[in-house]
Design a protein around this ligand. Structure first.
Ligand SMILES: Nc1nc2c(ncn2[C@@H]2O[C@H](COP(=O)(O)OP(=O)(O)OP(=O)(O)O)[C@@H](O)[C@H]2O)c(=O)[nH]1
Ligand SMILES: [Mg+2]
Length: 413
């Protein structure tokens, strides 16, 4: 019995506070992912501009009192808490207080596995904490002695801390730039095969889909931000043609800008894709909101002009009454219905990708001297039929972009 009690005590208990009209569902998911318990959610009736707490002092005291009553270990805010307000809240309540940005950065911190992800999270964390140092360091007005003629003599402890953090930030940025250069080289070296990126809200099923389509073993979990590192695999579409598919980090609304900056090169995988496969969880009533969120992030990272195909995933979950799915089908008539889990809709998906990336099928007669072009078409997997006749090389082929333009003079009936 005692053990169970101890066990229960070990999980931090959080009180969530959000702006009017916010049901805090998303923040709850994030906080649970972090391994905390949500014991109460509190939506404010109105926001007031107040320099000390962000809301009126009376209301702030009420919230601090409530936190005490329900024995919360921390108060988590769904809106940004500037460093000074964070300190004021902590003084008022006597417990730890932080915002959604910090929750997300902490989750990323727990998840980071590869060197790149670890560095990216560290960069985000340092950038986030830089303005907070003044309030974390109680002794910040203390002057450093400079007795030994140290470089920073006369610097306050705070200035020294800030300088160290800034130095660390530049060192990490340098290391990340090297990793990014490697990634760019790798991208160039990849075959000229067209590429797709799986994008979507966190937990939509992107990694599950990559695994089911290509036999990859990307990490899948029913928690937010399971994936932090992009993973690329080849997907054969038919005997001659294939695509490269890259799994990416999931999106969420108001992704902290420190994280977007830090994860820029990872997020940019989407920018270089010939086609975005936008995965939506069709069983989630919030799917439309999640779609808007994904579109906003795509715009932020400059991938909003890439062609995209919408995939309504998890259709195995809903029944005929699944209103969310019905609504989504009306909103996105061209979407493909799939289930990564039950492998439903994969044939449709592959033929649609093929059509979008390899273009419409057409007949051509090329002079036999055009061997360079013919070889290029072969390499790109565009040719469906090839016959060398007296009047030239008869091809039935699909092509898009540059190849389509090169082929266009030779088109026949
Ligand atoms: N029922 C059902 N569950 C699915 C399907 N696809 C994925 N899931 C589940 O949804 C959860 C999230 O799947 P992931 O593949 O990790 O999702 P993700 O989009 O990669 O998530 P992040 O990496 O966090 O962005 C897991 O529990 C999966 O088993 C599906 O088609 N049907
Ligand atoms: Mg994933």
């Amino acid at each position: 019995m005692i053990d169970v009690e101890k066990e229960q005590q070990a999980v931090p208990r959080a009180l969530l506070v959000g702006e009017p009209g916010n049901n805090l569902q998303e923040l709850k998911g994030l906080v649970l992912t972090l391994g905390m318990d949500v014991i109460q959610r509190l939506t404010l009736n109105r926001m007031e501009v107040h320099p000390a707490y962000g809301i009126g002092k009376g209301k702030a005291q009420e919230i601090a009192e409530l936190a005490k009553q329900i024995e919360a270990d921390c108060i988590i805010f769904d809106f940004n808490l500037e460093p000074r307000k964070q300190r004021n809240w902590e003084e008022l309540s006597g417990i730890s207080c932080f915002d959604r940005q910090e929750v997300i950065i902490r989750i990323f911190g727990q998840r980071a596995q590869t060197k790149e992800a670890v560095l990216q999270v560290e960069l985000a964390r340092l950038s986030y904490s830089l303005p907070r140092l003044a309030h974390m360091n109680k002794d910040f007005s203390r002057q450093r002695g400079g007795a030994f003629g140290a470089k920073g003599s006369g610097e306050t402890q705070l200035e020294l801390d800030q300088r160290q953090v800034r130095d660390k930030i530049s060192a990490i940025k340098k290391e990340l730039a090297e990793i990014e250069l490697n990634r760019k080289t790798q991208r160039k070296q990849r075959d000229k095969m067209p590429s797709c990126a799986l994008v979507g809200y966190t937990n939509a099923g992107k990694s599950s889909l990559l695994n089911a389509l290509t036999g990859a073993d990307a990490y899948v979990e029913n928690k937010l931000f399971a994936t932090l590192d992009p993973l690329t695999r080849k997907l054969p579409l038919n005997e001659s043609a294939g695509v490269l598919i890259t799994d990416t980090v999931g999106f969420i609304s108001n992704l902290p800008h420190h994280l977007i900056d830090a994860f820029k090169s990872t997020l940019e995988e989407a920018v270089y894709a010939d086609l975005l496969l936008l995965v939506l969880d069709s069983s989630d009533p919030d799917a439309e909101f999640q779609y808007d969120t994904v579109c906003n992030v795509l715009e932020d990272i400059g991938a909003d002009k890439n062609p995209r195909l919408i995939l309504l995933n998890k259709i195995d979950k809903g029944d005929d009454e699944n209103h969310t799915l019905q609504k989504l089908r009306l909103k996105f008539p061209d979407a493909i219905l799939i289930s990564a889990k039950e492998e439903i809709g994969f044939l449709d998906l592959k033929s649609k990708i093929y059509e979008l990336l390899y273009g419409d099928v057409a007949n051509y007669i090329l002079p036999p001297t055009q061997t360079v072009l013919i070889n290029e078409l072969k390499k790109a997997g565009c040719i469906e039929k090839e016959e060398w006749l007296d009047d030239g090389v008869h091809l039935t082929a699909r092509a898009t972009g540059r190849l389509a333009a090169l082929l266009s003079p030779y088109i026949t009936e």
